[in-house]
Design a protein around this ligand. Structure first.
Ligand code: IPE
Ligand code: IPE
Ligand code: MG
Length: 235
């Protein structure tokens, strides 16, 4: 591994968001059920969390389940939920050991009570940890989030909200906007992810399928990001 040597440690993205796509296609290529693709996707999650920690990234946001993903066959949805539960059970001690602060964005009230309990435990037990913020997007949809923020502002009687008031009403309150958004498996779309927060985010799309996404792919994304000239509308 020499790619990581090309990374400029003084110019790291603070916040990396990832649309983890391609589990189904990875399985299909191997004539395996889609759920095996998701199982292998979880292995990539563990690898990338470890790498984000190694590079001292402040925030890693992973899109795991969208508000639209409920349309999938029941068996697939329940396999994803089972994997999520297993992930939380097996990783909690690791998170505590590695100072990872676990958070969720999305409307978890629609998830099973068992999963809500696991999520709340993980959030609670890691809330004061000062290392990587690991933000998982679950039953997350940016349009739902924006509507939620509008309703919140109305409820609070804020008639003339500023951008800051609005940002503070989103699930991502207090977090910096993503600097880099990675999407695996080659789809050139956002799929209802972080619409407000990615206004000036650098996009990186790779054809690599999520279960195949390795350290060198992560490094390539960061190196590419570091070659960009972020102008934010200036010159
Ligand atoms: C991403 O992989 C995981 C989830 C959306 C839960 P997909 O399951 O979307 O994989 P493809 O896009 O069908 O290959
Ligand atoms: C986006 O992937 C959602 C997640 C990665 C959780 P999808 O596979 O659901 O997106 P589309 O359907 O290709 O837009
Ligand atoms: Mg997909």
């Amino acid at each position: 591994m020499t790619l990581d040597k090309q990374i400029d440690l003084t110019k790291l993205p603070k916040h990396i968001a990832i649309i983890m796509d391609g589990n189904g296609r990875w399985a299909k290529k191997r004539k395996l059920p889609r759920t095996i693709g998701h199982t292998n996707g979880v292995k990539t999650v563990k690898r990338i969390v470890e790498l984000a920690r190694k590079f001292n990234i402040q925030v890693l946001t992973l899109y795991a389940f969208s508000t639209e993903n409920w349309q999938r066959p029941k068996d697939e949805v329940s396999a994803i939920m089972t994997l999520l539960k297993a992930y939380l059970k097996s990783e909690l001690s690791n998170m505590i050991k590695n100072e990872i602060s676990f958070r969720v964005i999305g409307d978890i009230s629609k998830m099973s009570t068992a999963i809500q309990e696991e999520l709340k435990t993980a959030i609670d037990k890691t809330k004061n940890l000062k290392g990587l913020v690991l933000n998982i997007a679950l039953n997350y949809g940016a349009r739902q989030e924006i509507l939620m923020a509008c309703k919140k502002l109305i409820d609070e009687g804020i008639k003339n909200p500023t951008e800051q008031d609005f940002a503070d009403s989103l699930y991502t309150k207090g977090l910096p906007d993503p600097d880099l958004l990675i999407r695996t498996s080659g789809e050139n779309r956002i799929s209802n992810f972080l619409l407000w927060q990615i206004a000036y985010t650098e996009l990186y799309i790779t054809n690599v399928l999520w279960p195949d996404f390795k350290e060198e792919d992560f490094c390539k994304a960061i190196i590419d990001y570091q070659s960009r000239d972020r102008r934010f509308g200036g010159i």
